[in-house]
Design a protein around this ligand. Sequence first.
Ligand code: HEM
Length: 292
Amino acid sequence: MTSLVSFPVFDRQGRFSPLKAAFLLAVTLPGLWIGWRLATGGMGAKPITAALHETGLWSVRLLLVTLLVTPLRALTGQNRLLQVRRMLGVSALAYALIHLGLYVFDLKFDLVKVASEIILRFYLTIGFAALMAMAVLGATSFDSSIRKLGAENWNRLHSLVYPLALLTLWHGALQSKIDASEHIVMTGLFLALLGTRFLRRLGRLTPLWLLGLALVTALATSLVEYGWYALATGLPAGRIFAANLMLELVPRPAHIAGMLALALPLVALAAPWFSSAPKPGYSGTRQRGVTG
Ligand code: HEM
């Protein structure tokens, strides 16, 4: 039974879980697609660099999806979602490890060079710090760790996921050269996730407040974009900011982040109809998993 339970498609009772199986397939597919294109020459002129970028992006995306689980569960009352949170967190770690592996491969396994690059290049230093933090969270994501550390300490340790997500966003954005659009969208969504956490603490996880949060997300994303281009590039940040108001340039990162954040009030509105969820505004017992 123990071996069945530890396999990621079975639940704690050792029963096959279609939800976990679907998520396992979903998190594996991008890796298979990257592997397939690497093997068949479909990855462009610099295949390892391209794979390095894609695995990095998938790691951050999965980290954000992991952080989405807690607010979704709070909105819908679907405790089943907790079954997949650990899998999502661990798969974000797996993509980050493959990402590092590709970097080591790219430097022809010269580990001294890898170490010196990590020490000397700031963007690599923060990537490494984030990876170490992810590894600690991954290694303590088992029930036995919760028992050993105690719920309080474990929760405190796992709230590290927020600063670590910020580090990964920063590391990725520093590498995105001129077009940082996806990183800016992801940073906006990260802020939206922090916003749901805040609203939950206030007991205000309602459709109306979440609608407000979607608007704030769009605004915050446009400010992140402005700040990024003003501080990190020599591009005219003011004109880029003004572009958010030009219909012919839709969709810009702020619009995309705002639209995606709009899914939250819609889920909150729909929750009472498709589940035995607590009424909107729920801010009940907190039960946490791999990530806060
Ligand atoms: C020791 C740890 C790490 C190393 C050595 C490393 C190395 C790199 C390198 C070499 C690049 C591309 C540089 C270029 O093309 O010029 C990169 C980009 C990137 N990395 Fe990392 N990384 C590390 C950790 C992480 C972690 C933990 C994450 C995410 C969880 C991550 C996400 C990304 C992302 C999103 C990009 C940019 C992709 C893009 O915009 O196309 N990295 N990293």
